[in-house]
Design a protein around this ligand. Structure first.
Ligand code: NAD
Length: 249
């Protein structure tokens, strides 16, 4: 497919996992792609820019440089995010502020900085990486779930605000995806193989989602071919949101 031919895309957190798979897919489908990341080590045809989405000055500067280099911005993928574990007692106020600063304000800052460019695009789209945690009560994920619930609500509110700007805004809700992030979590578990099996079993398909599968959904939402789709959340979760199959024998 070449549906992104001539379009310019910015992907945050695009140097790893879901973001990297998305950046590569958008480029393969014709987009020129800038990756904004804390560690922007990416290969051709992607161009990396160092940017911490929790730093407003860094976001403004990186968006400006990326837009100049690309000649504008049509697609923004707000994907950078960090995890947090534990029940409501597990994280200090500072940690709450840190995670919300990256996962929620990071997306607000990026969208705010990209808006003037998106308004000039004939095919403007924003896709936010949300999570199954916005919909389902996962154990020991209070802070992370709060951040992704905010991403879901923010996606809908922003989609409404920018209807008349012609900017479509949607989100994807991955289940547990096999990315370096989850690899790090598994490495830290007492029994990584058992933990991986438990995460896989939680998803009705019985396996983890792949980064490429999430990237495909992000590309679907970002594509100019999806020009009537705004204010939606697409689950990429092996059936975790909607299905209640009987446990496998
Ligand atoms: P990952 O750790 O493999 O990649 C995340 C990338 O974001 C990294 O390159 C990292 O450097 C970058 N990043 C982190 N903080 C940043 C900051 N402050 N500024 C700029 N870049 C920053 O993670 P992933 O699994 O690919 O996750 C990507 C997104 O998907 C996150 O928003 C995460 O919440 C969401 N998600 C992941 C899963 C999963 O199971 N992996 C499930 C649901 C949602």
């Amino acid at each position: 497919m070449t549906d992104f031919e001539g379009l310019r895309a910015v992907v945050t957190g695009g140097a790893s996992g879901i973001g990297l798979a998305t950046a590569r897919l958008l480029a393969a489908r014709g987009a020129r792609v800038a990756v904004l990341d804390l560690k922007p080590d990416v290969d051709d045809p992607l161009t990396g820019y160092r940017c911490d989405v929790s730093d407003d000055a860094a976001v403004t500067a990186a968006v400006s440089v990326a837009a100049s280099s690309l000649g504008g911005i049509d697609v923004l993928v707000n994907n950078a995010g960090i995890g947090a574990q534990g029940d409501v007692t597990a994280n200090s106020d500072d940690e709450w502020h840190r995670v919300l600063d990256v996962n929620v304000l990071g997306m607000a800052r990026m969208t705010r900085a990209a808006l003037p460019h998106l308004r000039r695009s004939p095919a403007a789209a924003v896709v936010n990486t949300c999570s199954i945690a916005a919909w389902q009560g996962l154990p020991n994920r209070v802070l992370y779930s709060a951040s992704k619930g905010a991403v879901m609500a923010m996606t809908l509110a922003m989609a409404t605000d920018h209807l008349d700007d012609g900017i479509r805004i949607n989100c994807v809700c991955p289940g547990t995806a096999d990315t370096p992030w989850v690899g790090r979590l598994l490495d830290a578990a007492a029994d990584p193989a058992a933990e991986r099996a438990a995460l896989a079993a939680r998803q009705p398909m019985g396996r983890l989602v792949t980064a490429d599968e999430v990237a495909h959904a992000i590309a679907y939402l970002a594509s100019p071919l999806s020009s009537s789709t705004t204010g939606t959340a697409v689950a990429v979760d092996g059936g975790m949101y909607g299905l209640r199959p009987r446990p496998r024998p």
